[in-house]
Ligand binder design. Structure first.
Ligand SMILES: [Zn+2]
Length: 68
């Protein structure tokens, strides 16, 4: 699933389904109007924490940095 990623300089990146429990919870918390979590994908580039909705790359955000 290729979409533009603004966190990657607005380049086309491969996006993956959000499968991590913590990330799913984060999306549900920040996008309460969109209960279909399956419509959100995350950037697959290593180190990028961008997630966005399928079909609307402006509807998204960034996951927080993981706790070390
Ligand atoms: Zn990205």
């Amino acid at each position: 699933m290729s979409m533009r990623c603004r966190n990657c300089g607005d380049t086309l990146q491969e996006f993956l389904r959000v499968v991590d429990d913590g990330e799913q919870a984060y999306v549900a918390e920040h996008k309460p109007r969109h209960t279909r979590l399956g419509s959100y994908y995350r950037c697959g580039r290593e180190g990028c924490r961008r997630y966005q909705r399928l079909g609307d790359h402006n509807d998204g955000g960034s996951f927080p940095e993981p706790d070390e």
